[in-house]
Design a protein around this ligand. Structure first.
Ligand SMILES: Nc1ncnc2c1ncn2[C@@H]1O[C@H](COP(=O)(O)OP(=O)(O)OP(=O)(O)O)[C@@H](O)[C@H]1O
Length: 307
């Protein structure tokens, strides 16, 4: 059986004293070489989850284990060692790179920080990664990061993340500024590293992209897990009304699928289903919070339609 590389146990995160939760009871695990996508709209808690997994913020409750170590038990050196095995692509390409370096310097910098080979082979690897992402020789040496566009910076961030051959990649909407063709270059590069053993935690609002890149998905809505499972059935046969709405919103040929949503005001300190205010199937039962129910081998859904 494969080793578990990441696990989150009932993670919650509250940002204020009123206990408005950015995350509520999120649990999952990934085995070595596995991949998972967090899928959800803006504000659903995807980035907060990544930052907790990286040890950048502490959860209000719950625990995270990376490479068999609980993050709340490791000392600084152990945390540094864990981080050396990981790469993180933050969401913001404008804040995520040192502005006064050239592209090549920005990509080789992690090799210096992680004390990996920065000499010939490291530089060659950096150049190869940049070229494969359309940042050629004329750009990588001559131009400083501050002169690159958002989309180009995203590609440089990906090269910088992959140059150390990480065991685990955390990627937060890494293709959001790409057009359709360059997006596939990024996706294919990530997939190639994943096929060679890299584990992956990917954040996106796009169900289709989640399927292209990750084997499993967790659909988050207002910090709650609505549905989990393999990404292909999540897309093809969504069970939770929120996943249905995400799937229906995807561009497709022919007549668009219409999902009737209702808008109901939520009372303050609502403790029921987080999707209640928009759900076309909401009933009185949904004033309680539906637990995540296992449906089949690798599918769970938190909705009273399935109880
Ligand atoms: N530092 C903070 N202080 C207060 N609230 C915060 C803070 N960071 C995030 N939040 C809130 O937590 C919730 C989840 O935010 P998060 O950034 O994790 O969502 P997201 O799904 O990544 O959104 P996006 O796709 O827009 O980046 C949001 O309601 C957000 O306003």
């Amino acid at each position: 059986m494969k080793e578990e590389i990441v696990s989150a146990e009932n993670v919650t995160l509250a940002f204020d004293k009123e206990k408005n939760y950015a995350l509520s009871g999120v649990s999952f695990s990934i085995q070595r070489g596995g991949s998972i996508a967090f899928i959800g709209e803006s504000g659903s808690g995807k980035t907060s989850m990544l930052r907790i997994l990286l040890g950048l913020i502490e959860p209000t409750s719950g625990r995270v284990r990376l490479f068999d170590k609980y993050l709340d038990e490791v000392d600084d050196e152990e945390l540094r060692e864990i981080r050396r095995a990981c790469s993180y692509i933050p969401q913001d390409p404008f804040g995520g790179l040192p502005p006064t370096l050239t592209a090549l310097q920005a990509v080789t910098e992690p090799l210096v920080i992680t004390r990996l080979n920065v000499k010939k082979t490291g530089r060659e690897r950096a150049k190869k990664l940049l070229s494969s992402l359309g940042i050629g020789e004329t750009l990588w040496n001559r131009k400083l990061i501050q002169g690159f566009s958002g989309g180009q910076r995203q590609r440089i961030m990906l090269a910088r993340a992959l140059v150390t051959d990480p065991k685990l990649l955390f990627a937060d909407e890494p293709t959001s500024m790409q057009d359709a063709s360059t997006r596939m270059d990024l996706v294919n590069l990530i997939r190639g590293h994943h096929r060679r053993g890299m584990s992956l935690i990917f954040v996106t609002h796009d169900l289709l992209l989640a399927k292209a890149i990750a084997e499993r998905g967790i659909v988050l809505y207002r910090g709650h897990m609505c549905e989990t499972g393999h990404t292909a059935p999540l897309l093809k046969d969504p069970l939770h009304p929120y996943t249905m709405a995400l799937s229906a919103a995807l561009p497709r040929l022919g007549k668009p699928i219409e999902i009737k949503t209702k808008r109901r005001p939520l009372p303050p300190h609502w403790k029921g289903c987080p999707y209640f205010s928009l759900c076309p199937y909401a009933s009185d039962r949904c004033h309680a919070l539906p637990p995540l129910k296992k449906i089949g081998d690798d599918r769970s859904v938190a909705c009273f339609l399935y109880f």
